[in-house]
Design a protein around this ligand. Structure first.
Ligand SMILES: Cc1cc2nc3c(=O)[nH]c(=O)nc-3n(C[C@H](O)[C@H](O)[C@H](O)COP(=O)(O)OP(=O)(O)OC[C@H]3O[C@@H](n4cnc5c(N)ncnc54)[C@H](O)[C@@H]3O)c2cc1C
Length: 380
């Protein structure tokens, strides 16, 4: 099917990417992205993609995959630091890129195919758009979803822990999970380099620890200074940098339906996935591919949107459930801090409930060997 006009609300990864794939598929259509911020504005620092997450791109859009992967930092193993001991989790590969670099890459791709990009333009009245299709790629606080929350079957909550997204110039060797005890309770940092000069450093704490430090009453710079002191060993003394690094609780959003009339939700507007499994951006881009495919395969819009929902929602739901299970593990990690490093690492790696020992042995033979030696009493 060919559409005449598509209006995309939101110029994050979901909006830029869906506009590009649709315009590539329907060169005669007018495809416009409306983004409330400027092209250089973004929050946070880098994002990771798991190896599996990049696999989908290699299959579905090899051209984009081949252009983006040389810009990414990659590593094969993860590292977990607990009670000062380092455990290697081999075979858990990730690739990382700055969020701004990713957006600029996607902007350039969109411009190449003549998508209209309207920055510094906030959409306020979705129903006023005169377009065949309106795509809500406008993230967690989506106004497209907000225009009809009941139709989209929205369930919105939040996980318990508080987190803040910092950056640092310390280049870490791998994606690393550092767990520490502090006088106010345990804390976690999730850190990895996303360029040769910059790393993401997300700090997470239970509500009691967060309250104990009084982070709610601190500005960004003070929070960064306190956290840099607490994680000085991991940071090698480097400071933490801020970019809208406010303390938040990670949202838990799921929509049971993604279509209402000619409006459709994709990405964080429809679902959120905790950052610990590195899948939010991947889900957003996969949604875009699935939507474009459905439109290409059907002769009328209603059938295309309905096929999109039927094919895509169950697939996304599996990943969102895995992300929720992972987030729930983080909400409870304080109770596990008494475990020895290898037992803690084992608990961590099994947290999704989707791995058994055979699969783990194939995935992380080095870790399983060391863990079994620990169980046999050979390693602390
Ligand atoms: C701390 C943290 C770490 C993360 N780490 C990772 C990671 O490592 N890997 C990963 O894959 N994912 C990660 N994510 C998740 C990832 O950021 C999101 O899943 C992803 O950005 C979703 O893309 P999106 O385009 O759907 O939404 P967004 O990126 O939120 O983009 C939505 C866009 O819509 C715009 N917008 C909103 N309302 C309007 C309006 N009314 N008019 C015009 N424009 C509007 C916004 O300005 C924004 O640019 C992380 C998230 C957090 C919070």
């Amino acid at each position: 099917m060919e559409l005449n006009s598509v209006e995309v609300v939101g110029g994050g990864p979901a909006g830029l990417y869906v506009a590009t794939v649709l315009k590539r598929q329907m060169p005669a259509a007018r495809v416009r992205v409306v983004e409330q911020n400027g092209p250089d504005a973004t929050f946070g620092f880098g994002v990771v993609f798991s190896d599996q997450a990049l696999g989908f791109l290699a299959t579905d859009d090899p051209e984009t995959h081949d252009l983006i992967t040389p810009q990414m930092e990659r590593w094969q193993n993860m590292t977990l630091v607990h009670r000062g001991a380092t455990v290697t989790l081999d075979g858990i590969g990730f690739a990382a890129i700055g969020r701004l670099e990713l957006l600029q890459f996607l902007q350039a791709r969109a411009r190449d195919v003549s998508v209209e990009l309207c920055y510094n333009t906030r959409a306020d009245h979705v129903d006023a758009f005169d377009a065949d299709l309106v795509i809500g790629a406008d993230g967690l606080n989506s106004i497209v979803r907000g225009s009809d929350p009941a139709a989209f079957g929205e369930t919105l909550g939040a996980f318990d822990n508080r987190f803040a997204w910092f950056g640092t110039t310390q280049p870490f060797d791998t994606l690393t999970q550092t767990f520490i005890e502090t006088p106010h309770g345990p804390m976690n940092a999730h850190h990895y380099r996303y360029s040769s000069e910059m790393s993401t450093f997300i700090v997470e704490a239970a509500a009691e620890t967060f309250a104990g430090y009084g982070f709610a009453d601190m500005d960004e710079a003070s929070s960064a200074e306190v956290c840099a002191g607490l994680f000085a060993d991991a940071l090698g003394g480097a400071p933490l940098l801020t970019n809208r690094s406010i303390w938040r609780q990670f949202p838990r959003l799921w929509c049971s339906r993604w279509v209402s009339g000619h409006k459709v939700l994709i990405g964080d507007a429809a679902h959120t996935a905790h950052f610990s499994i590195g899948s939010g951006t991947r889900l957003a881009m996969e949604d875009a591919i699935a939507l474009a495919r459905s439109i290409g395969e059907h002769d009328n819009l209603a059938d295309a949107l309905s096929a999109f929902e039927v094919s895509r929602i169950p697939v996304a739901e599996k990943i969102v459930k895995a992300a929720n299970t992972s987030a729930e593990w983080y909400d409870k990690f304080a109770n596990k801090m008494g475990l020895a490093p290898f037992d803690f690492a084992f608990d961590y790696i099994m947290r999704s409930g989707r791995l058994d020992m055979d699969r783990l042995r194939k995935l992380s033979p080095g870790f399983v060997g060391a863990y079994e030696a620990h169980l046999a009493g050979d390693v602390a």
